[in-house]
Design a protein around this ligand. Structure first.
Ligand code: NAD
Length: 503
């Protein structure tokens, strides 16, 4: 392990040669792990290679787990005030350096800079929320009879291995890190190799905020590295965000050596229902919010947009007009609304869904074209696409597309809309647009999804639990609910007298 002599400087983040300096963050240091397996760090906006980094080996993973295990003991013994102070300071520093972190997020992910800034600010909220969570980590006192009582203690689990997807790099890392740290765990975060940069900046910020070395670590790796990490005996908990097929492999790996609890934040196939009484402009805004953020690469996106036949024509015309107005281009420009896809391969996958649907009988009424951005000719751009004439046998109807491909599906009755929305084994999100309060309550109850949005979509808050049901996973992130997943309960029975002899 080579410890890098030059520390990342938070005050010159944008100018610093960040990518030349660090690739892993272990024990409070930016370290270079050398292995015979390398990967390119790409810039989606230009298709340019930014750096070549190394995946961590099994031996290197072992070293990081040892470091995290040692550090966790100190952190678990720290007072609630110390944890509060570190998380609060982290929120402050994230806010101070928001623009520079967003710059790196935009560079390594391709999402518009305006969205990247909003993501960083959401991380500020998350750290602020968990800095004040100590009260929710208290146990209970349970009187049993005059001479007996029990009490419960809510304890950290130990070393958490967290594996992230590439679409919300700093937010995914924060959603796992902030509550895990608040609960007294240490954490080893493995970002996706497709967006591996900003977790390292979070490491530097946590260190500057006073987090003891080794409590937060970042290792770079692929499936092989992740499997070494997950199956390590000293990893006590796994939190995963990613696809359903990978989630299944991770669940199996969590039982391979020693049993460990796992949080599964997986893919979805969500629907948005625009009812006949909806404000059509509001319906169009919801549909765009539910499909075109981050180039459609959002887990909870509602690709199935169900529109009541009475408003179908007006809705479709307005949606197409607004979609064509979207500004596609260099994500670093403030006015850009649609940036680049994460990779050439992923753009081709999304195109494959569009072409496959057309072959199966769908009609493309807008978008789905490769866009050349001047000066960024090799960037992975694709215009947001709208398809109609969708039938339930089509692949786009059944599978998660994870791209800006919106399917308009007409319906007649409430029952029909709910049936189509629930016609999937996944259950991450669902939404509806209506002015009728009673209908919103009635339909929300019937939708099989972990998150339901009424007259909005993809809304998020650190106060509100987020997660799926069915194939979309289990466990929750955000809210007080997440504390269940980063702590374990101990029950202590106390007899204030002598132990009665039962024999
Ligand atoms: P992915 O499953 O390909 O990869 C996710 C992570 O798992 C990466 O870090 C990857 O390196 C690692 N990985 C891959 N194979 C592995 C294996 N065999 N064992 C252990 N780790 C392995 O997913 P992705 O393409 O990065 O992300 C897109 C998916 O993530 C979509 O399905 C999306 O819906 C989902 N997602 C879900 C949420 C949520 O909160 N529910 C949020 C974001 C993304």
């Amino acid at each position: 392990m080579r410890i890098l002599p030059t520390k990342m400087n938070l005050n010159t983040l944008k100018e610093s040669k960040l990518l030349e300096l660090s690739s892993h963050f272990v024990g409070g240091n930016h370290v270079e792990f050398v292995s015979n397996r390398q990967f390119p760090v790409m810039e989606p906006r230009s298709g340019r290679k930014l750096a070549t980094w190394h995946y961590a080996t099994a031996e290197q993973v072992d070293l990081v787990v040892k470091t995290a295990k040692q550090a966790q003991k100190t952190w678990a013994g720290s007072t609630w005030m110390k944890r509060n102070e570190v998380l609060k300071k982290t929120a402050e520093l994230l806010k101070t350096h928001c623009d520079d972190i967003a710059y790196w997020e935009c560079l390594s992910n391709g999402k518009p800079i305006s969205e990247a800034k909003a993501d960083v600010l959401s991380c500020v909220d998350t750290f602020n929320f968990y800095s004040g969570i100590a009260h929710d980590l208290l146990g209970h006192h349970i009187p049993l009879d005059p001479s007996r009582y029990a009490y419960t203690r809510r304890l950290p689990i130990g070393v958490v291995a967290a594996i992230g997807a590439w679409n919300y790099p700093i937010q995914t890392c924060t959603w796992k890190t902030a509550p895990a740290l608040a609960c007294g765990n240490s954490i080893i975060y493995k970002p996706s190799p497709l967006s591996p940069v900003t977790a390292l900046i979070l490491g530097e910020i946590l260190k500057t905020s006073g987090l003891p070395d080794g409590v937060f670590n970042v290792i770079q790796g692929d499936a092989e590295t992740a499997q070494h990490l997950i199956q390590h005996r000293d990893v006590a908990k796994v939190s995963f965000t990613g696809s359903i097929p990978t989630g299944k492999k991770i669940m199996a790996a969590c039982a391979e050596r020693n049993i460990k609890p796992v949080t599964m934040e997986l893919g979805g196939k969500s629907a948005l229902i625009v009812f006949e009484d909806a404000d059509v402009d509001s319906g169009v805004a919801c549909a765009m919010m539910a499909n075109f953020y981050s180039q459609g690469q959002v887990c909870s996106n509602a690709s199935k947009v169900l529109v009541h036949k009475s408003v179908l024509k007006e809705f479709t015309e307005k949606l197409v007009e607004k979609t064509k107005e979207l500004k596609i281009g260099d994500p670093l420009k403030a006015e850009t609304q649609v940036g680049a896809h994460i990779s050439e391969e992923h753009r081709a996958r999304v195109e494959g869904y569009i072409n496959g649907a057309i072959n199966e009988g769908a009609t493309k009424i807008c978008g789905g074209d490769r866009i050349q951005v001047p000066g960024l000719d090799n960037g992975y751009y694709l215009s947001p696409c709208i398809l109609t004439d969708i039938t339930p046998n089509m692949t786009v109807y059944k599978e998660e597309i994870f791209g800006a491909v919106l399917l308009i599906i007409p319906f007649d009755t409430e029952e029909e809309a709910v049936r189509i929305a629930n016609d999937t084994d996944m259950g991450l999100a669902a939404g509806l647009v209506t002015k009728d309060l009673a209908k919103s309550y009635r339909i929300s109850e019937q939708l099989n999804a972990g998150n339901v949005y009424v007259n909005t979509f993809n809304d998020v808050s650190p106060l509100v639990p987020f997660g799926g049901i069915g194939e979309s996973g289990f466990g929750r992130e955000n809210g007080v609910a997440v504390l269940e997943h980063y702590t374990q309960l101990k029950s202590v029975f106390v007899n204030t007298g002598t132990c009665p002899n039962p024999f």
